[in-house]
Design a binder for this molecule. Sequence first.
Ligand SMILES: Nc1ncnc2c1ncn2[C@@H]1O[C@H](COP(=O)(O)OP(=O)(O)O)[C@@H](O)[C@H]1O
Ligand SMILES: N[C@@H](CCC(=O)OP(=O)(O)O)C(=O)O
Length: 373
Amino acid sequence: MSDRDVVQKARRWVVKIGSALLTADGRGLDRESIGQWVSQVAQLLEQGVEVVLVSSGAVAEGMSRLGWRKRPSSVHELQAAAAVGQMGLVQAYEFQFQQFNRHTAQVLLDHDDLSNRERYLNARNTLQSLMSLGVVPVINENDTVVTDEIRFGDNDSLAAMVANLIDADLLVILTDQHGLYDADPRKHPKANLIFHGKAGDPALEALAGEGGALGRGGMTTKLKAARLAARSGANTLIVGGRAENILTRLAEGEELGTLLLAEQEPIAARKQWLAGRLQVRGSVTLDHGATQVLQQQGKSLLPVGVKFVVGDFNRGDLVRCVDEDGNEIARGLINYSAVESRKIIGKNSELISSILGYCDHKELIHRDNLVLV
Ligand SMILES: Nc1ncnc2c1ncn2[C@@H]1O[C@H](COP(=O)(O)OP(=O)(O)O)[C@@H](O)[C@H]1O
Ligand SMILES: N[C@@H](CCC(=O)OP(=O)(O)O)C(=O)O
């Protein structure tokens, strides 16, 4: 049995179209190619496959509209270009999907949206509603408002988070190469294409290099995206977007590109959300016993198993749990501030009340709010 069965069986796809592919060698959007992908997406929808698009290209289109030849280095100019270019991007998709009587919906997301539980759930519900209405969401990063701290930067990570958000079966990353090679084919023309592998395999991650002049993350971020997508059980395909009828051929089970299988059990939606948050506010160092209990028995973290606290966080913030050698083993939402935590670590939970004057939780981090990494 071919492992491409999983592609044929996938009913919910996230398709990411990268800058390197979309932007006609830096001269604005490649509208003809957009038309071809849209026509294939329309066919997939007719076959009962739900599709969400994650499309880059706003900055490149904005630069072209503004007559800029060189990518600006200032963040504000990039953000201005993205704002101008996003208009062209959504116009291009809207026009092409209209030929197939399909509506599109513009969705701009940033990391803050997905870090805040309420906004995360809203985004999830809205995307579910759009899909059930047969509308095609076209998602991009909300470039105009993001700061470095909350920037996805490349759209591979954004696409993986979207795959987690909507419980997609498949993440298809369309790019300018046929897939992952054993070396960067721009520098090594004789490199070999890798047809399949396991998402998160460090041996594959070691093969990945930087992107070209137009793209952001190269293969490195695509493999990271495969690892993230696997958290919710989505398989990832990295494939050349210029091949004729690429999406419909994939749906028929043709062996194109690199398939990275999600072999881990999907983790619960709340824990995926937790693991995907960027802003970690501090860390707690666990003793050997606590490390083992967390890793092997999936229990909550009690103050007694913690040796040190680093950082200045509030209750409810995300912190790293590291072992005595400094290796991160988990992260979770902490029940006490840094000041309070420092007072209760190493102590039995029965003493929390007498030390702090109150005790809302006997756990420093409850297991429902803890995710192993
Ligand atoms: N091992 C590899 N296999 C294939 N491509 C690689 C590899 N390492 C680096 N790359 C580079 O990654 C580029 C694609 O990434 P990127 O430029 O970020 O595109 P996109 O905009 O589609 O995300 C390719 O053009 C290629 O030069
Ligand atoms: N949000 C940016 C896209 C970032 C980007 O280029 O990402 P990628 O396609 O992953 O290389 C834009 O629309 O220009």
